[in-house]
Design a protein around this ligand. Structure first.
Ligand SMILES: Nc1nc2c(c(=O)[nH]1)N[C@H]1C(S)=C(S)[C@@H](COP(=O)(O)O)O[C@H]1N2
Ligand SMILES: [Mo]
Length: 298
């Protein structure tokens, strides 16, 4: 199966579910465990999509191919207890209970743009912590050049894993300098609530300057490697999905343009908006790729 371009506009923001920024931050502070949250320097001040939109229009092939399948079927997934295996070139390898691994991470809010390779986008208020904080705690060894991520395999609860053309687990990866960048985030919450299952509970990656497929959900393994990890979409169609997958309006997908996108919830008559280089995070991340030809390293 392959991604399809997104050219429909069937989702209008339900006005009664709209939260303004003030309510959002107050709500997040009240509901999330730990210290009060504030939007930091890494957050956009664009209006977030509604909780309803963010949790009803998803890609999560472990539960099916339709955008509504994750909301319908991901409730079947048991997310507690949860453990994560850490291996490879790391000082503290092991299989950790989730709370033991991340219980001491400083939780903060990040309101990020999110841009799917299918050319739809949202604004999402995540809670979580910088991936770099976890990697520093684990102790990255000299020689590690990449981080790979794997999603849970549990066909008894993930109905989409009983067929289809994806070889499970869903795999993603980052170069180590990308993973250590302050924008690279591990999300455990959304709108001040624990991450819902369809959004990747109990913990997922969020890499806002890359296409959404890099942001793997329901992580059970993190490996530090010397060689570039094998990744799911690159394996399925290498000419369509590169390892880097940086949002780039100048490099079209072979089957559709990446110059513009549809902001989900923008309204039936809203026009498409221009896609920004690195999804608008170029000031922060462009230097990671100096000297690289991004038409080749797409
Ligand atoms: N395990 C897993 N992670 C995944 C996917 C998936 O199918 N399985 N889909 C990816 C894609 S294509 C996108 S666009 C985002 C969607 O995240 P969202 O549903 O929270 O918006 O999740 C990414 N992470
Ligand atoms: Mo996507």
């Amino acid at each position: 199966m392959l991604f399809k371009p997104d050219y429909t506009a069937a989702d209008v923001t339900p006005e009664h579910l709209f939260l303004n920024r003030r309510q959002l931050i107050a709500g997040a502070a009240a509901l999330a465990a730990g210290p009060a949250l504030a939007a930091g320097p890494y957050s956009t001040d664009e209006t977030p999509n509604t909780y309803e939109a963010i949790t009803s229009y998803n890609n999560y092939y472990e539960f099916g191919y339709d955008k509504t399948d994750p909301a319908q079927y991901a409730g079947a997934l048991t997310t507690d207890p949860w453990s994560i295996k850490v291996d490879g070139l790391v000082d503290n390898p092991g299989t950790y209970a989730l709370a033991d691994l991340i219980g001491d991470m400083p939780i903060e809010e990040r309101i990020y743009r999110f841009r799917c390779v299918e050319a739809w986008s949202m604004i999402i208020p995540w809670q979580g912590f910088q991936l770099s904080a976890l990697l520093n705690k684990l102790g990255v060894q000299a020689g590690a050049k990449y981080v790979s991520f794997e999603t849970l395999v549990r066909p008894s609860e993930m109905r989409g894993q009983n067929g289809g053309s994806i070889q499970w687990p869903y795999r993603e990866g980052l170069r180590l300098d990308e993973a250590m960048h302050p924008l690279a985030f591990m999300a455990t919450g959304l709108y001040g609530k624990p991450l819902p299952n369809q959004s990747g509970a109990p913990i997922r990656l969020v890499v806002p300057w890359k296409y959404g497929f890099k942001s793997a959900k329901a992580l059970v393994r993190i490996s530090l490697t010397e060689t570039q990890p094998v990744t799911t979409w690159n394996t399925l169609a290498a000419n369509e999905y590169g390892f880097y997958a940086n949002v780039n309006p100048e490099v079209d997908h072979p089957r559709w343009s990446q110059a513009t996108e549809r902001r989900v919830g923008g309204g039936l008559f809203a026009g498409r908006i221009d896609t920004q280089m690195f999804n608008g995070y170029g000031d922060q991340v462009a230097s990671l790729y100096s000297g690289q030809d991004l038409t080749k390293d797409y």
